[in-house]
Write a protein that binds this ligand. Structure first.
Ligand SMILES: Nc1ncnc2c1ncn2[C@@H]1O[C@H](COP(=O)(O)OP(=O)(O)OP(=O)(O)O)[C@@H](O)[C@H]1O
Length: 275
């Protein structure tokens, strides 16, 4: 698979002396859905800020599309790496959805027909065309989140970071964000989700990077990671309940690998374990 970003021996020490990242090595591949998980203070945000150049390595390198991020400004890196903040209110400031989306597009130099085309494409991709002339801050939290995501995706960055995308979202809001992540990855974008929502991770991502105390302690599929009790304990993470149930069943001699209640139910039915 094609590599879109690479982190090589990254170490970062904040000016106050906190060593937030010790020696990070990581490759991100095109079109994949990656979760970065770990308890508060494990270094997730510090790592993410190195991709868009908000932080520069104390030592080591971060490459995005083959470019060393230490040599570029955040403005230049915005076309390669999009960042969707946890709170959309910190990101939305235009009078209409249309203007919100156009803002970033103008910043990357689009104008005239190309700008119009990209705007329409983006509105349609997110189903936002009926809301184009409405004020973003007047929407529900779920729609605000979609507008924030749309305004970043509009620039078509190869990599998109989503910081806690499900915070404050109800179930339909979470599912909608998950579906949009799938759609964007399908278009070839690499999606990196920083989250504490393990149900979301198991349902909508395919690779999980686990951080603890400034290091990556494990990297694997959701099924591998959540079944690994030692890693979960080390990272102070509670896996989704479905994994606790699978573990209990395994102790009773019933081996089922399921990522969702639906998969678990299907496995029960197919093995005739329902009666
Ligand atoms: N601006 C800063 N100045 C000094 N230390 C910082 C700063 N920002 C973060 N830190 C420290 O760096 C370490 C990593 O923090 P970071 O915010 O990257 O963790 P995180 O995994 O993203 O946490 P959370 O889940 O709470 O967002 C922590 O010890 C934190 O206290």
């Amino acid at each position: 698979m094609a590599k879109v970003a690479e982190v090589v021996n990254l170490r970062y020490v904040y000016p106050g002396g906190v060593e937030a990242l010790k020696s990070i090595n990581l490759v991100l591949e095109k079109g994949t859905k990656v979760a970065i998980i770990g308890q508060n203070g494990s270094g997730k945000t510090t790592l993410a800020k190195h991709f868009n150049g908000l932080l520069k390595p104390t030592s080591g390198k971060v490459f995005v599309n083959g470019i060393d991020t230490a040599t570029k400004s955040t403005g230049e890196l915005a076309r390669y790496v999009g960042y969707v903040f946890q709170n959309p209110n910190h990101q939305l400031f235009s009078k209409t959805v249309k203007e919100e989306i156009e803002f970033g597009l103008k910043n990357i130099g689009l104008k005239g027909e190309a700008l119009r085309e990209r705007l329409i494409e983006t509105l349609d991709f997110f189903g936002l065309r009926p809301l184009a002339f409405k004020q973003p801050l007047s929407f529900s939290s779920g729609v605000r989140k979609l507008v924030a995501l749309a305004s970043v995706y509009a620039m078509r960055p190869p990599i998109l970071f989503l910081d806690e995308p499900t915070t404050g979202q109800d179930h339909p809001g979470k599912v909608k964000i998950g579906q949009m992540i799938e759609k964007m990855a399908h278009e070839g974008h690499t999606i990196v989700v920083i989250t504490h929502d393990m149900n979301f991770v198991s349902r909508f991502t395919e690779r999980v990077v686990v951080m603890a105390q400034g290091e990556i302690i494990r990297d694997g599929t959701p099924a591998e990671i959540f079944a690994d009790r030692e890693t979960m304990e080390k990272a102070h993470i509670e896996p989704p309940q479905i994994f606790a149930l699978a573990r209990k069943l395994a102790e009773d001699g019933i081996e089922i690998n399921a990522l969702s209640p639906r998969e678990m139910a299907a496995a029960f039915v197919s093995r005739g374990l329902t009666g």
